[in-house]
Design a protein around this ligand. Structure first.
Ligand code: NAP
Ligand code: GDD
Length: 327
C-alpha cells in the first residue's frame, strides 16, 4: 500500500526538498497550505513537483484545520516544518512566532493524539535553542539557552514533542538541525542574501551589500542532505532526538569571501556593515556534533560549504541573468 505523509511548511525550503524526497520514495505527499495573498509555490515549481503534491488549506495555528489535514491526507507520517523561521523578525512579531513556531507544534501533536496515536511525528527543532552555547560542540545532551523569541518558541515545541512521546507513547522525534541552506533558501537569510547580492553585483545590478554581524559563526550544511535525516528518524523503531550538523563552523565573513571569490570578486570591496542588521541578542557561534545521527541513522553531511555556496551563487547568477524575481 502507498505510504502517505503530511508536511506542514511544504512551501518552505525544507518542505519542498522533503516533498521531493518522499515522492521519489513512492509516498503520497500532502501539504498544509496557509492562506496567503501572494504566490508561495515557487519552490515546488523549481523542483517540478507542484502538480505531484496534494495541497490542503490550513494553518498550524488552527487546530481544526490541522485535524482536517491529518484526516484528509490519511498520513502515517507527519513532518511539522511550519514556522515563522526568521530569527530577526521574531523580535518584531514575538507572539505570532510563539503561536506558529511554538503552539503550532502542540496543535499537530494534539491532532495526532486525537486522530491516531500510531501516526509518526517529526518536529523541526533547531540549533538556535543552544543560543548562548553551554558547550563548545553542541550535541543532544547540551543544555539549551535560547537567545531569541524564535528560539524560545522552538524550545516549547521541542519539549512538547518529548512530553507527548513520554506521556502518550507517540512515535515523536525531534531533529535539532543546524543551519542548512540551498538555492531555495529564503532571501532574508544571510547565505542567500549574500549569494543573491554577489550575482547582482557581478552583473552590475547593484554595487554594495549591507550586512550585520559578519563575525558570527555557523555550522552550515546543504538542505537536500538534511531532509534525508528527517525521513530516517521516522523509520526508526522509536522516536528520539538527534543533532544534525556538519561538525564545522565558519564565520559569515569567510562565507562572504567564498561567495565573492567564486565569481572573481573580493568581498572587502562590496560588503558594508550596517547596524540595522545587528540583532538585540546574538548567537555568536554554533558548532554541532552529529555523532549520534551518524551512528544510529547512518546519516552524514555530504556537501562542503564551498560546494554549497558555489551552487547557490550559480543559481542566483542564472536567476539574475534571466531577470527572474529574487523569490
Ligand atoms: P522556511 O523556508 O521559512 O519555511 C517555513 C514554512 O512554514 C513555509 O512553507 C511557510 O509558509 C510555512 N508557514 C509559516 N507560517 C505558517 C502557518 N501559520 N501555518 C502553516 N504553515 C506556515 O523554513 P525552512 O528553512 O524550510 O525550515 C523548515 C523548518 O525547520 C522550520 O520550522 C524552521 O524553523 C526549522 N529549521 C530550519 C533550519 C534551517 O537552517 N533552515 C534549521 C533548524 C530548524 P509561507 O511561505 O506561506 O509563509
Ligand atoms: N539574516 C541576516 N542578514 N543575518 C546576518 C546578516 C544579514 O544581513 N548579517 C549578519 N548576519 C548574521 C546573523 O546575525 C546570524 O548571526 C547569522 O548571520 C545567520 O543568520 P541567518 O542566516 O538569518 O540564520 P540564523 O542562524 O539566525 O537562523 C537560521 O538558522 C537556525 C538554525 O540555527 C534560521 O534558518 C532558523 O530558522 C534556524 O532555526
Amino acid at each position: 500500500m502507498t505510504q502517505a505523509a503530511l508536511i506542514t511548511g511544504i512551501t518552505g525550503q525544507d518542505g519542498a526538498y522533503l516533498a521531493q524526497l518522499l515522492l521519489n520514495k513512492g509516498y503520497a505527499v500532502s501539504g498544509l497550505l496557509p492562506r496567503r495573498s501572494s504566490d508561495t509555490l515557487w519552490r515546488l515549481r523549481e523542483l517540478r513537483i507542484e502538480g505531484d503534491v496534494n495541497l490542503i488549506d490550513g494553518d498550524v495555528a488552527d487546530l481544526s484545520a490541522v485535524l482536517r489535514g491529518i484526516r484528509e491526507s490519511k498520513a502515517a507520517e507527519v513532518y511539522n516544518l511550519a514556522a515563522q523561521s526568521f530569527v530577526g523578525t521574531s523580535w518584531q512579531q514575538p507572539l505570532l512566532t510563539a503561536q506558529v513556531s511554538g503552539v503550532g507544534a502542540a496543535n499537530v501533536l494534539e491532532a495526532i493524539r486525537l486522530t491516531d496515536p500510531a501516526i509518526r511525528f517529526y518536529q523541526a527543532s533547531t540549533s538556535e535553542m543552544f543560543g548562548l552555547i553551554q558547550a563548545e560542540r553542541q550535541d543532544e545532551t547540551t543544555p539549551f539557552y535560547p537567545r531569541s523569541p524564535y528560539g524560545v518558541a522552538k524550545l516549547y515545541a521541542h519539549w512538547m514533542t518529548i512530553n507527548y512521546r513520554e506521556s502518550f507513547n507517540l512515535h515523536a522525534s525531534t531533529g535539532i538541525l543546524f543551519n542548512h541552506e540551498s538555492p531555495l533558501r529564503g532571501i532574508e537569510f544571510v547565505t542567500r542574501k549574500v549569494t543573491d547580492g554577489v550575482a547582482r553585483i557581478k552583473l552590475g545590478l547593484q554595487k554594495e551589500l549591507r550586512l550585520g554581524n559578519i563575525d558570527a559563526r555557523r555550522d552550515w550544511g546543504f538542505a537536500g542532505d538534511y531532509v534525508d535525516a528527517m525521513w530516517r528518524m521516522l523509520q526508526q523503531e522509536k522516536g528520539d532526538d538527534y543533532v544534525v550538523a556538519t561538525g564545522h563552523t565558519t564565520t559569515v565573513r569567510e562565507m562572504c569571501r567564498i561567495a565573492f571569490s567564486h565569481v572573481g570578486l573580493s568581498y572587502e570591496d562590496h560588503v558594508v556593515i550596517d547596524p540595522k542588521f545587528f540583532r538585540p541578542a546574538e548567537v555568536d557561534v554554533l558548532l554541532g556534533n552529529p555523532a549520534k545521527a551518524e551512528r544510529l541513522l547512518g546519516w552524514t553531511a555530504t556537501t562542503s560549504l564551498e560546494q554549497l555556496i558555489s551552487m547557490m551563487v550559480d543559481a542566483d547568477m542564472r536567476r539574475a541573468r534571466e531577470g527572474r524575481p529574487q523569490a
